[in-house]
Design a protein around this ligand. Structure first.
Ligand SMILES: Cc1cc2nc3c(=O)[nH]c(=O)nc-3n(C[C@H](O)[C@H](O)[C@H](O)COP(=O)(O)OP(=O)(O)OC[C@H]3O[C@@H](n4cnc5c(N)ncnc54)[C@H](O)[C@@H]3O)c2cc1C
Length: 391
């Protein structure tokens, strides 16, 4: 077993309040999240709802949003470092907070004052959990071709269709749903806030996944779900723009989670390498492993710097979409490489469930896929460089 406890990441934080926040998060991560992570991710998995209730009660489920609406008024620079700490303890929790923040974005950024006053406090600090519904069985990367329909009916909308791969599908208290209200393509889509217990909302059994078993991912069916017009977020036809704006910020969350996961894998690898002896010496003495650890640490620091620099642009109100795509691409590729190398450092033990390295490696894979695959991130970056494709 490891004999070397990792040092906490030395963070640059802008305020004393932010430093207190990170201390609180580390305390929760260490005592309430990490100890049960391995056991609860096994086999069918168990979603730690009580952890989310605690995070909400501690003011940690609405950090980047306005305090007038129940948020924490924190800059992205701080919120993302909180996510990183949570993901290092358990990816299901870090990613879950990131998805909840993504699901809250439409209302927080595009809702009317009345809509925000009515719904946001419960979403950001009232113990509710959100889900973001863009993907469908036949539209993933090509999300603008979605087919779920919303049809006007006497001051209401009737939503019908199936969303796929929905994180928190079946357990969410609210769903932010992108549905077609007009013509084909991105301009025919509108965003809605649908209560989880609305009549006609149901979920398929959770997908059986490679990892992240504690985080339910399921198809969600909307079978003639009737919502009033005051649950429409933004203008008719604005839904795809809202969905993409949410993803620009959400990708920073995925980047931060990826770095947290990679950091956990590096800490595990260092602890093991300094404790395990071969040829009469700790394996951490061998240059082959020392260089591997050095490369892992360097990639992590570079990823952290990249997501923080994108976050600081966002906090300054400047464009950050290209940098968010770069951060998502780089940090999630880093997480895949570092977690794979961590398994290698642990040798045969790395391939067993006795150590978390193999779980980290399985979990890292999903981060290269969600919120736009890394191929899609490259398309986004290239469009900023060379303009849209000509065809
Ligand atoms: C665990 C998990 C949780 C998820 N949570 C959510 C959620 O909460 N809400 C939600 O809406 N969605 C969610 N998703 C869906 C996720 O966003 C999609 O899986 C992702 O966008 C890819 O879509 P797809 O799976 O349909 O793959 P496809 O779009 O079919 O892509 C298949 C492959 O083709 C590549 N490809 C596609 N188009 C291009 C192109 N133009 N150029 C180059 N390569 C291309 C892709 O990169 C990929 O490698 C989740 C997925 C998973 C696995």
């Amino acid at each position: 077993m490891p004999d070397r406890a990792p040092k906490p990441v030395d963070r640059q934080l802008p305020t004393d309040e932010a430093r207190d926040l990170i201390s609180l998060v580390r305390d929760i991560a260490q005592h309430e999240i990490a100890p049960r992570a391995a056991e609860e991710e096994e086999d069918a998995g168990r979603f730690p709802r009580e952890v989310f209730t605690l995070l909400s009660a501690s003011g940690l489920l609405g950090l980047p949003y306005d305090s007038e609406c129940g948020g924490g008024d924190q800059p992205y620079e701080v919120y993302l470092q909180v996510l990183e700490e949570l993901a290092a303890a358990r990816l299901t929790v870090g990613l879950g907070v990131s998805v909840h923040t993504l699901a809250s974005y439409a209302l927080a950024a595009y809702g009317t004052k009345e809509q925000q006053a009515e719904h946001l406090p419960a979403m950001l600090g009232g113990g509710l959990l959100g889900a973001y519904c863009l993907s469908e069985p036949s539209s993933g990367s090509d999300a603008a071709s979605l087919r779920t329909k919303a049809v006007r009916d006497d001051g209401h909308w009737v939503i019908t269709g199936t969303k796929a791969w929905i994180t928190h599908g079946g357990i969410a208290d609210f769903y932010t749903v992108m549905a077609r209200t007009g013509k084909e393509g991105p301009r025919g889509i509108t965003a809605f806030l649908v209560p989880g217990d609305a009549q006609g909302v149901s979920a398929a059994p959770p997908e059986k996944k490679m990892g992240m078993n504690g985080s339910p991912t399921a198809q969600v069916h909307f079978d003639g779900v009737r919502v009033s017009d005051d649950r429409r977020i933004g203008d008719e036809g604005q839904g795809f723009a809202i969905a993409l704006a949410a993803l620009d910020s959400g990708r920073l969350g995925i980047a931060a989670c990826a770095i947290g996961l990679a950091q956990a894998a590096l800490d595990e690898a260092v602890a093991y390498a300094t404790g395990r002896r071969q040829f009469g010496r700790p394996i951490a003495d061998f240059q082959g492993l020392r260089f591997m650890l050095a490369d892992m640490a360097t990639q992590i620091e570079a990823g952290r710097a990249l997501y923080l620099s994108a976050a600081r642009l966002r906090d300054a109100g400047r464009p950050f979409a290209k940098q968010a795509a770069m951060a998502k691409l780089h940090c999630t590729d880093t997480a895949m490489r570092v977690t794979t190398d961590a398994v290698q450092v642990l040798g045969g033990y790395g391939y067993t469930a006795d150590f978390p390295a193999e779980r980290y490696m399985r979990e890292a894979k999903v981060l290269q896929i969600v919120e736009g695959t890394n191929q899609i991130q490259r398309m986004v970056i290239a469009r900023h460089l060379a303009g849209p494709e000509t065809r």
